[in-house]
Design a protein around this ligand. Sequence first.
Ligand code: HAM
Length: 423
Amino acid sequence: MSIQIPRGTQDILPGEVEKWQFIEKKARELCERFQYKEIRTPIFEHTELFTRGVGETTDVVQKEMYTFTDRGDRSLTLRPEGTAAAVRSFVEHKMYGDPNQPVKLYYMGPMFRYERPQAGRFRQFVQFGVEALGSQDPAIDAEVIALAMSIYNSLGLKKLKLIINSLGDKESRLAHRSALIQHFEPRIGEFCQDCQNRLEKNPMRILDCKQDREHDLMKSAPSIIEYLNDESKGYFEKVQQYLTALAIPFTVDPNLVRGLDYYNHTAFEIMSDAEGFGAITTLCGGGRYNGLTQEIGGPETPGIGFAFSIERFIAALKAEAVELPVNKGIDCYLVSLGEEAKDYTVGLLQRLRLAGFSAERDYLDRKIKAQMKAADRLNAKYVAILGENELKENRILVKRMETGDQWEMNLENFIEKFLELQQ
Ligand code: HAM
């Protein structure tokens, strides 16, 4: 039996991978403009980083981590997300001492979650994320959201919905927590085991339960917005004011609770509004995590960021029928006839490539007609034809495929002449 790819993973083949590269390139360019610098961290970390960072009561930590013991008896985990590692690195390399503050980072790479695979949900997926550490200015919250929106917009996505919420500061959350316990406790027996366990540990997570979503106590549950203290309220208002100034439309959704524990104040998600997108519409999630640096052993440092997966990005492009300008084809295909001409194209091809052109030749000993077809399949802009006679007479025939225009060029200065053709 042949070996197949593991469940929840996918191969990105040539033809498709160009879209990935295009998105990655655009996202990098925008990060550069917004002054976020790339950071690369390991694919596995000490398990404790995620239990402490992401939170013990989260689905990610309880059910979804790929955890293993290495030969040195250490518990390691394939990273399920990028924030905890970015913050660990920030602390480990004392980036809080860098005179350039806030520290603005971005990352891209595979993440791993043992989830039930379905459309838009994979066990290995690629996240692009940013983290801004060291500033508590609501303008940086707006900047982070603006960056995410700019990446989506620059790639042609329009049917987007930004929802935001505030999870408040510690004081607001404590007040909300007591209200939630009071609300759910008398009837907690009607809820799933997970929710029962969450009641004392992290009652806010009950609001995010998929199983008990329809329970009547869910709809009447106290909302965090009612429990925000003045400072948290003021902060949230400022974020909204900046978003408005940036002309970024948003909806406040007091029920937005994120799936990871480290959030406070601003939380946001960008959803696809495109018809037929499928059940999972969240494209991007993020928020503020002011306590996380301390949790990981560093000095108190505020932080905010987001992440999106390229998989869902591509699904959104498909749902909106956006075609990325990829698969442009090649500059030149060398067609040759006869043994000597064939030999000559080996060097000619290299010269073309070194001059900056994407170029190809035949490697299957095909007849002229089949070589022309191959050039067509590769979407060649030009075909350069070298037959025995041409070679003898030191010339080459160049044809522009789109128009059928032809030129005879001197073989010796073919590269210069070919360069001139492009002007
Ligand atoms: P998250 O909401 O768990 O947040 O994931 C962020 C994004 O990753 C999702 O919106 C989705 O695009 C993608 N994603 C998550 N799980 C899957 C999956 N199984 N298959 C495909 N895509 C997936 C975080 O990970 C936070 N670290 C984001 C953040 C950064 N918050 C602050 N800074």
